[in-house]
Design a protein around this ligand. Structure first.
Ligand code: COA
Length: 320
């Protein structure tokens, strides 16, 4: 038996902010952003929240799969931008869906959150613990940005993507996951500082900070290596893969990965032009775009891969 994706959904905030819009509020240019990253627009939450977007994506994924909320045994949400410390986003999604039979919890693995969620579902299904699961990646990254730091805020966007997974004959063939906490300082966002009657701290807000060049080097090394390993574990050749659905951080990273894997760039769909980097939301949103364009047929082999803060990375080979 395997863990197979049987439905996808996604939600993007209604406000679209173009590079030209950003030129009006900070010292940047469309040319700088597009040439270094490929990003042209991103969706920014105004009324939406991490939970509201997660719920919309989940509803669409359930509808796409023909599954009712009461059939869900497990709800996982990958997020680094929850609305609350607690309850978890996953529990809030459970409440909104009335998915009363599910266990629900969040995963903090940044841009690898969806891949780590798939890994957990895969293991639970292999152990016979669950039959049907919902994995969501949902982010409101705009609230974690310093909008005075043009080096980071132009790169990210808000949104959510979801997939329904069922224990069935075909699905995930292999999974690779990893972390390197020793290099975590290259991409950070501080939480509240210790602040209590015994240790007084000013509760200053902190935002996303990144060493872009180090993250770039990490990505172009780690993503091809993890995809290669996942392919080897699955016993599948790269040329048998129809689509490589990668985390959408930067077009140059995707081009470098395609080159290292020796695969044509046409096999690497992108939506970063439209969305920017949505961390855990990125892979499931792109998967939903590709699915809804009718580009996936039963039996197709695809690769999903993510990388990000932690540092963390994950790759999966699966049969659609
Ligand atoms: N608009 C205009 N200029 C900008 C800018 C912006 N939005 N952001 C930074 N700059 C400037 C810098 O101030 C710097 O100017 P200086 O040379 O006068 O000091 C110059 O552009 C170059 O900055 P640098 O950071 O060296 O650029 P880069 O070529 O490394 O590109 C990234 C920056 C972020 C696009 C690139 O490093 C990258 O994509 N890294 C990976 C990031 C990533 O994927 N993160 C997500 C991981 S999940």
């Amino acid at each position: 038996m395997a863990a197979g994706i049987i439905g996808t959904g996604s939600y993007l905030p209604s406000l679209t902010v173009s590079n030209q819009d950003l030129e009006k509020i900070m010292d940047t240019t469309d040319e700088w952003i597009k040439s270094r990253t490929g990003i042209e627009r991103r969706h920014i939450a105004v009324e939406e929240t991490t939970v509201s977007m997660a719920v919309e994506a989940a509803r669409l994924a359930l509808e796409n799969a023909g599954v009712s909320p009461s059939e869900l045994d497990l709800i996982l949400v990958g997020t680094i931008s929850p609305d609350h410390f607690f309850p978890s986003t996953a529990c809030e999604v459970q409440k909104a869906l009335a998915a009363e039979n599910a266990t629900a919890f969040d995963i903090s693995a940044a841009c690898s959150g969806f891949l780590f969620g798939l890994g957990i579902v895969n293991a639970y299904m292999a152990a016979g613990m669950i039959k049907t699961a919902l994995v969501i990646g949902a982010e409101t990254l705009s609230k974690l940005m310093d909008w005075n730091d043009r080096g980071t805020c132009v790169l990210f966007g808000d949104g959510a993507g979801a997939a329904v997974i069922r224990r069935q004959d075909e699905g995930i063939l292999s999974m690779v996951q990893g972390s390197d906490g020793g290099r975590g300082e290259v991409l950070t966002c501080e939480n509240r500082k210790v602040n209590n009657p015994y240790r007084k701290n000013p509760s200053d807000l902190s935002f996303t900070a990144m060493n872009g060049q180090e993250v770039y080097k990490f990505a172009v090394r780690t993503v091809p290596a993890s995809v290669d390993e996942a392919l080897m574990k699955a016993g599948v050749r790269a040329d048998e893969i129809k689509y490589f659905i990668l985390h959408q951080a930067n077009i140059r990273i995707i081009e470098a990965v395609a080159k290292r894997l020796g695969q044509p760039i046409e096999k690497f769909p992108t939506n970063l032009q439209e969305c920017g980097n949505i961390s855990a939301g990125s892979v499931p949103i792109l998967l939903d775009f590709v699915n809804r364009q009718g580009k996936l047929q039963k039996g197709d082999k695809i690769v999903l891969a993510g990388f990000g803060a932690g540092l963390t990375w994950g790759a999966a080979v699966l049969i659609w």
